[in-house]
Design a protein around this ligand. Sequence first.
Ligand code: G6P
Length: 612
Amino acid sequence: MCGIVGYIGNKDAYPILINGLKRLEYRGYDSAGIALIDNNKAQVYKKQGKVSELEKETATKKITGNIGIGHTRWATHGLPNDINAHPHMSMNGKFIVIHNGIIENYARLQKKLCDRGYSFTSETDTEILANTIEYIYLKGKVSAELAVRLALTKIIGAYGLVVICIDEPNQLIAARNGSPLVIGVGEKEYFIASDATPIIEHTNRIIYLNDKEIAVVTKNELSLKTITNDALIPMIQELNLDIEEIEKGGYDHFMLKEIYEQPKSINDTFRGRASQNPPEIYLGGLYNVFDKLDEAERIIIVACGTSWHAGLVGEYLIEEFARIPVEVEYASEFRYRNPIISKNDVIIAVSQSGETADTIAAVKMARELGATVIGICNVVGSSLTRETEAGVYTHAGPEIGVASTKAFSAQVTVLTMISLLLGKRRKKLSEKTYTTLIKELYKIPDKITQLLSQNETYKHVASLYKDATNCIYLGRGVLFPVALEGALKLKEISYIHAEGYPAAEMKHGPIALIDENMPVVIIATKDHSYEKVVSNIQEVKARKGIIIAVVNEGDTTIAKLADHVLEVPETLPELAPLTTIIPLQLFSYYIAVMRGCNVDQPRNLAKSVTVE
Ligand code: G6P
């Protein structure tokens, strides 16, 4: 949610900032802006819309300088227009600020500044921050760094920010509380960004800032301290990330590339953790909490969005294999409803980005209440990985498309492995079932490859329903979360209203919506409730609804009833979420493309939701 980037060194900052903003655009694309310093003068350009609009605006300008900052915005306070775009300059032009987060007490700060003669041009909380810093700087006649630190002690809220002071133009000041910030360390140059993706093409030496830390960076040195002025030793880490992983690699969209990467990403996620010979699951990241997991009376999974859907699959599998009661909570609800948590609870937080504000807040709260907290996360070094005592990385690789695809299947893979491991440790799973499931898990990547080769079928069915206005998704048991995820994919990228329901619940409301114009996507692979799902299909057909059924290969029963069948190779019912989600992802993708939607950057959404 908002991407920020900064550069200081000997190179031309403009292309570094623009390319950096393009890499970060998945975090928000309401507006973009840059500020460069040259000869103690600031050049500030900002534009509503995507980074490409800003690029057009600046194409003919002569922008120079080796120091600069840039921002791509997901609007919180104020409309997405040119004026509200970052960077924001303070009233007397002393400070230029880019910010990701929310200043909660902005109204009170604004009033104080107004009483002191300040006026504002934008509707943003960031402009108030810039002016608060400036006021302290001018009134107190202090250094820029001290002014920033003092201002931050007055701030309630979240921030990742970079500040330039025009009187001290050879430095960038970066600070973090709640919103992520990383610094790349080059040769006589530093890069600052919301995540490592804009930095990795320049250096893989990374410093992750922690909350309430501030870094002052010149081209030759970096000093790190807390905002209360305690000096810190920067910890430089080497990040293993290839530039190809964050590029489209010949695909039309990141989303399509990421869907096609799933055989590999699932394989990468279980490689080294699930062995066939002997059949065993090894999750090294959980070793230090095994005793807690063995004794846990309850597991609570907290997450948002797609990760929450993966959590629902986890609930089904952990209860099935390990017989531990599991609750799945929206992180935003969990944190605000005074939940009953005890030391015997284990919380599993699931997040692709590891930066979702509500998930991080839920984790902090659960820890304070004495629970054991485990993370399942895709982004190495993200906040979640630092807030949890143990965890498992999904090795899905960077996911850039805003709609999550390969992260979901990787999360489900990790939760499958956790459920198997717990089932074995608690002696609730027979050796035979354990072995069979591990062996079958190994076959999933090939089955997905086979599914991906059927893309022409998905494209064809998509072409028939691209103009639908509504769509219902149905599934039962472990396939109900797949229905929810399929519906989410369709609505977020194609803007077609879609709802997921447990198939039997259809009779309690949604059936009223069914007529000859209503496509109903039903996941109907073989399991113990197959016959019931067939009945649900009959009920839809009796009301002239259109059935698009995801079925096992060779299913003639449903083929006779359904308008369209999307076949998936047979697997064990518990692993079917990993196969059945593929046709649904591609169906949504092709519909969105045919409707001319921006698949990778759907309207109003952002990939990493770092505000509440
Ligand atoms: C946003 C994204 C979703 C994602 C959700 C949770 O809404 O658009 O794709 O599922 O955040 O994100 P997380 O990074 O915590 O998994």
